[in-house]
Ligand binder design. Structure first.
Ligand SMILES: [Zn+2]
Length: 410
């Protein structure tokens, strides 16, 4: 019995279904995309009107157990039978990345190998931004690994990106409460980071705190954007400071002149309307993000990434608004949230069909693509979804223009 079969037996019952559908590639993790699908008119249509050189996946996770010596870390609770939710979350994510049956000592390598294989189905020029992920740090500035769901060091992200520069860019993650945060930021900029990523609830970062001001000023000096998770977080609970993911807490960074990307366009969960006081009414986080997007002062300053926004846990009304807001599209950035597209359960084709965003024949082709390549599936899906005449503009996919504007030939 191999390890995958063993895992499925262990979580018989409802979890078996989750596992079955979590399989990243029903066709086998390394089966190449059949020529019939690679040349399919749906895939060709997805690329038409795009310059692959300008298409970067602006949101992808680099996760590892550290078994390559790269320093990546996953919290031990995620392997504990006493923490079933954490354990299941880990297993599903590992299956999505096709590392669940990797032999001990080969998890990190397999994660990258699998990504490389998926990227082979994309035209030359297409690249992916790999995210590092800093530890939780407490208010005293002390690193707290025991509160970190996972950790991916900047050095590891740099190393993986540099091994295949024609495909990968990297995004640093630096906690602003660290005593050496500015030095780390300078080092990341020097090493070619394209942005800095924060997950405030998980890392214990209050973006509205004056403690972040020096960090904001240094980001502006380096012209580095800040990618900040907005809205509810489900994959990495970490320090559990959920109020810190409130999009309105980003006004401080925006007013300091930082270019801010709100990850997932804050499409999940609720947050207090702190524009009406700390105890303001709870609103959809997305509506608070929309308020900032519609504030003329933040044009050219505030952006949103479209990672995960078409997953089934998002409201249909939010999906329709993202498709319809053509006036936002030059400020919305394509991102896959890899490895999440590998969790088939997260996408509902019947929902798209019932809502008129996709026809049944197209959905059938998309499912066949997904069986081999969830990353390509996610991209083609986004290029295909349409609500009447409303669909995502090509500018949403030309994200290189945001991260590496003109004259930058790196
Ligand atoms: Zn993500």
């Amino acid at each position: 019995m191999n390890r995958r079969q063993f895992l499925c037996l262990c979580c018989a019952g409802p979890f078996t279904a989750v596992f079955a559908r979590a399989q990243a590639a029903e066709a086998g993790c390394f089966a190449p995309l059949p020529a019939e699908l690679a040349r399919h008119e749906l895939v060709a249509a997805a690329w038409s009107g795009l310059d692959p050189q300008r298409v970067w996946d602006a949101h992808a996770h680099l996760v590892g157990t550290g078994d390559s010596g790269g320093g990546a870390y996953v919290h031990p609770d995620t392997q504990s039978w006493f923490k079933p939710i954490e354990r299941i979350r880990r297993k599903v994510l590992m299956a999505a990345a096709c590392v669940d049956d990797a032999p001990d000592g080969a998890v990190d390598a397999r994660y990258v190998e699998r990504l490389n294989a998926l990227l082979d189905a994309f035209p030359p020029g297409f690249r992916m931004l790999l995210f590092a992920f800093d530890h939780a740090v407490d208010d005293a500035g002390v690193e707290r690994p025991e509160r970190s769901t996972f950790h991916t060091p900047n050095a590891y992200a740099v190393a993986v990106a540099r091994a295949r520069p024609e495909r990968f860019e990297w995004v640093a993650s630096i906690h602003p409460y660290r005593p050496d945060a500015l030095e780390r930021l300078d080092a990341a900029a020097a090493a070619g980071a394209r942005a800095v990523k924060w997950l405030p609830s998980s890392m214990n970062i209050d973006p509205a705190s004056a403690r972040c001001d020096a960090f904001y000023a240094r980001l502006v000096a380096h012209r580095l954007p800040l990618i900040v998770h907005g809205g509810e977080e489900v994959a990495a609970p970490g320090a559990r400071q959920h109020a810190f993911n409130n999009p309105l807490r980003l006004r401080r960074a925006l007013d300091a002149g930082v270019r801010v990307v709100v990850a997932h366009a804050a499409t999940l969960g609720h947050a207090r309307d702190i524009d009406r006081g700390e105890d303001g009414p709870r609103e959809r986080a997305f509506d608070l993000f929309a308020r900032l997007m519609d504030d003329a002062r933040y044009e050219g300053r505030l952006f949103g990434d479209l990672s995960a926004v078409f997953q089934r846990n998002r409201e249909l009304d939010v999906m329709r608004r993202l498709l319809a807001r053509g006036d936002w599209h030059h400020r919305l950035l394509h991102g896959s949230d890899y490895p999440l597209p590998g969790i088939g359960l997260l996408y509902s084709m019947p929902m798209f069909i019932a809502a008129g965003l996709l026809d049944a024949a197209t959905a059938e082709v998309l499912l066949r693509i997904r069986a081999f390549n969830p990353l390509l599936f996610e991209f083609v899906l986004k290029r295909t979804l349409a609500d009447g005449a409303a669909r995502l503009a090509p500018s949403v996919f030309h994200t290189r223009d945001f991260f590496a504007p003109q004259n930058d030939n790196n």
